[in-house]
Design a protein around this ligand. Structure first.
Ligand SMILES: CC(C)(COP(=O)(O)OP(=O)(O)OC[C@H]1O[C@@H](n2cnc3c(N)ncnc32)[C@H](O)[C@@H]1OP(=O)(O)O)[C@@H](O)C(=O)NCCC(=O)NCCS
Length: 155
């Protein structure tokens, strides 16, 4: 049975506190990576209703710095599913007090659903409901092919 992307969408908000900062007074990149991985995992669990593991992370590009007291919003959306793997896009923004969001990062993560023994298991299909979702699906298919190629070539 196919499921809708909206059913597994996750939005998480953090306010940046001193313990989140690096020596340069900005949000520590490793902390953001943890939050991105966590949000993607929650999307994968909601969609598959199984345990998931992260197989790969693509395109971690830090576009702008994040500072103390900033509100950071992470939005995770399912973009593509294969047989046992799923691709999740996680967009990170800084949200100003007036509600305007500025992009900080976009990452694509591949998660694999696993059973109790750690063996990859079948993942439900994804219902495509808009032109935007169709475009993401096609791009996800292409990214999957790039990943296979990269794995083959060892980089
Ligand atoms: C992810 C993992 C289960 C894949 O194992 P595998 O033996 O390659 O399994 P399979 O060949 O059956 O592949 C399973 C799926 O993962 C995908 N996959 C495997 N390696 C991948 C990679 N590096 N990037 C993206 N997808 C990957 C395959 O394409 C396949 O997808 P599909 O079923 O939708 O076509 C295995 O590499 C693993 O356990 N890695 C450790 C993951 C982990 O512990 N993460 C926690 C963070 S450290």
């Amino acid at each position: 049975m196919k499921k809708r992307a909206i059913e597994s969408r996750v939005e998480q908000v953090y306010q940046i506190r001193p313990e989140h900062l690096n020596g340069a007074g900005r949000l520590f990149g490793g902390r953001l990576m943890e939050w991105i991985d966590e949000v993607a995992g929650l999307v994968g669990i909601r969609h598959s209703q199984c345990n998931v593991i992260t197989a790969s992370v693509d395109n971690l590009k830090f576009i702008r710095g994040v500072f103390q007291n900033d509100l950071v919003v992470l939005v995770g959306t399912l973009t593509w599913v294969g047989s046992t793997s799923m691709e999740v896009r996680v967009d990170t923004y800084v949200e100003k007090l007036n509600g305007t969001r500025y992009p900080v990062n976009r990452a694509y993560l591949t998660l694999v659903t696993v059973d109790e023994t750690g063996k990859p298991t079948k993942v439900p299909g994804l219902l495509i409901e808009s032109i935007g979702q169709q475009a993401e699906w096609e791009a996800g298919q292409k990214r999957k092919e790039f990943r296979i190629q990269r794995n083959k070539e060892g980089f």
